[in-house]
Design a protein around this ligand. Structure first.
Ligand code: BGC
Ligand code: MG
Length: 564
């Protein structure tokens, strides 16, 4: 079926402007064949769940052939599905069914580096220093009398030097794990190859790409030293990410790549898009990735990094809206992903963390632009903090002691015991074990329970999809939000007075009152706040209380209102 018929929200070419995109960490979403590893047929079998959740699109993390040193962000063949996830036929069946349900599909593309078992790198290792094969990567001679020092002082994001030395004496650059050698993006073959890879997946019907390390492909000429390292300052270079300039990130020339990619996307029918995982020093520099001749969106990680305070959220929302105004496109909102501790845990864990996470969801869904959910947040999953070290798989763990495995634990679908219906009956244990005690968090346990997080997400996403204040892409400068005076520690804003579809006369309200508007209030103040003045409650993350009935918003809660 044509997606336009199944879901009018995703039928438009600019569907991405307001989409609710659900991130599927493929290895941990659903296992169809009982090997304890999520796979493409597992996703396919759960598409109705995602449709019912009310999302518009899925972003699939890498499922390409890979030795899985970095969870598939080390790609050995960009045109092949890893056998642990299925094959291209499974992909085709999955995307056909998804489109039939009106769900768009975004795939991850990993252009900064390949796996060290990619045929290009294998050939480079077999070839001599100075060979054409080595020129596709970043090989250099070392410093020091015998070349025994790395070529420069750059650090790997996963810890340690960004260079590894080969037996023949040359070094190669890897901003991530040594098993992820950086490509040389000044090489025409590299550029041509990735343009073909984009076409390969566009031809198979994908609706967009999430571009991994989109700020990373071009390195400053001459690979200049930074001048300091963790060893000299006790501060890791990566701490500058998003805050300062690094010679290996956000170089002006990277934009040439996206100016070449955009016409490819535009040459396909039906609204193909790209969202950048890009980090830049300032909102202005981040904005340069977005626009009619480059990419459609970039993740706004400041929102994810905001602490649980009204000031912090207010500030990052204003900054993001200012960015949206610069580029003329609504921003993206995200609270969790496969690289970050889950927000239930970041906000305090346990009951408090969950309460805040539920409030944060209502905040996020009420903001103008698109929203990215990470699998399991709709179940209120916390980070799994006590995974045994020997089971941790994140390559960063060995080098930094920090691991991202705790947010990558397989989803609990049903039943009383691990792996909670992750695979069919009789499956082996999941690749990371789910903890005891998750039985109340399974999708099955929460289904139909009006107090559950799953039902909160379903209701909120349904309102977001239908309500004129949230449904339409904001017009003009792409912002479309009016802050309301609400006292210390309380966030309150109004949507829908400038969305282009609202003809009732702006913030003061018109003849039909606030039927087209929506007010979102979030209480981060530490005491209940009166909400009498806001109108009729549409949804709340926790029950309203206080006299007279239903007029106080409790602490760490959020509510949406239809203004009177
Ligand atoms: C991905 C990580 C990955 C890294 C290297 C990041 O942006 O989100 O999961 O480890 O890129 O590819
Ligand atoms: Mg499997």
């Amino acid at each position: 079926m044509d997606p336009a018929q199944a879901n009018p929200r995703t039928a438009r070419d600019d569907w991405w402007r307001t989409a609710a995109v659900y991130q599927v960490y493929v290895r941990s979403f659903a296992d169809s064949d009982g090997d304890g590893i999520g796979d493409l047929q597992g996703i396919r079998s759960r598409l109705p769940y995602l449709r019912d959740l009310g999302v518009d699109a899925l972003w699939l993390t890498p499922f390409y052939r890979s030795p899985m040193v970095d969870g598939g962000y080390d790609v050995a063949d960009y045109r092949e599905v890893d056998p642990m996830f299925g094959d291209l036929t499974d992909f085709d069946e999955m995307i056909t069914d998804a489109h039939g349900l009106g769900l768009r599909i975004i795939v991850d593309i990993v252009p900064n580096h390949t796996s060290d078992v990619h045929p290009w790198f294998v050939a480079a290792l077999a070839a001599a220093p100075g060979s054409a094969e080595r020129d596709r990567y970043m090989f250099r001679d070392g410093r020091g009398e015998h070349g025994e020092e790395p070529p420069n002082d750059w650090e790997s994001i996963f810890g340690g030097p960004a260079w590894t030395r080969l037996p023949d004496g040359q070094w190669y650059l890897h901003l991530f794990d040594p098993a992820q050698p950086d490509l040389n993006w000044r090489h025409p073959e590299v550029r041509a190859e990735f343009e073909q890879i984009l076409r390969f997946w566009l031809d198979r019907g994908v609706d967009g790409f999430r571009i991994d390390v989109a700020h990373g492909m071009i390195k400053a000429d001459g690979l200049p030293d930074i001048g300091w390292t963790s060893a000299t300052t006790g501060r890791r270079q990566i701490e500058l990410l998003g805050k300062g300039r690094l010679p290996y990130f956000d170089q002006d020339e990277v934009h040439d790549i996206y100016r070449a990619w955009r016409p490819i996307l535009d040459s396909y029918p039906g609204g193909r898009m790209a969202v950048a995982e890009a980090w830049a020093e300032t909102p202005q520099r981040l904005a340069r990735y977005i626009g009619p001749d480059e990419l459609h969106q970039a993740f706004n990680f400041d929102f994810l990094d905001a602490t649980w305070s009204a000031d912090s959220f207010h500030k990052v929302i204003d900054t993001a809206l200012a960015e949206a105004a610069i580029v003329g496109a609504p921003t993206t909102w995200v609270l969790s992903n496969h690289d970050k501790q889950r927000h239930v845990t970041r906000y305090g864990d346990g009951e408090v963390g969950l309460r805040r996470a539920r409030a944060a969801a209502l905040l996020m869904f009420a903001l103008p632009g698109s929203t990215y959910l990470y699998q399991g947040e709709e179940l209120g999953l916390p980070e799994v903090l006590d995974l045994p070290d020997h089971l941790r798989q994140d390559p960063a763990f060995g080098r930094t002691g920090h691991s991202r495995d705790g947010c990558r634990v397989p989803l609990p679908w049903s039943g009383e015991d691990p792996p909670y219906g992750f695979g069919p009956a009789g499956s082996v244990e999941s690749w990371l074990p789910a903890p005891a005690g998750w039985a109340p968090l399974t999708a099955q346990a929460q289904d139909g329970d009006p107090d559950s997080t799953l039902e909160l997400y379903r209701r909120a996403l349904a309102i977001r999809a239908e309500h004129p204040a949230l449904r339409d892409a904001p017009a003009g400068d792409g912002t479309g939000l009016t802050w309301l005076e609400a006292g210390p520690g309380v966030l309150a804003f109004r949507r829908g007075d400038d969305g282009g579809t609202d003809t009732d006369g702006g913030a003061a309200g018109g003849a039909d009152g606030g039927a087209h508007a929506l007010i979102c209030v979030v209480n981060l103040s530490g005491a209940p706040v009166p909400v009498d003045g806001y109108g009729v409650p549409l949804i709340t993350s926790a029950p309203l209380d206080g006299p007279p009935r239903g007029r106080l918003l409790p602490v760490d809660a959020a509510a949406w209102f239809r203004p009177a």
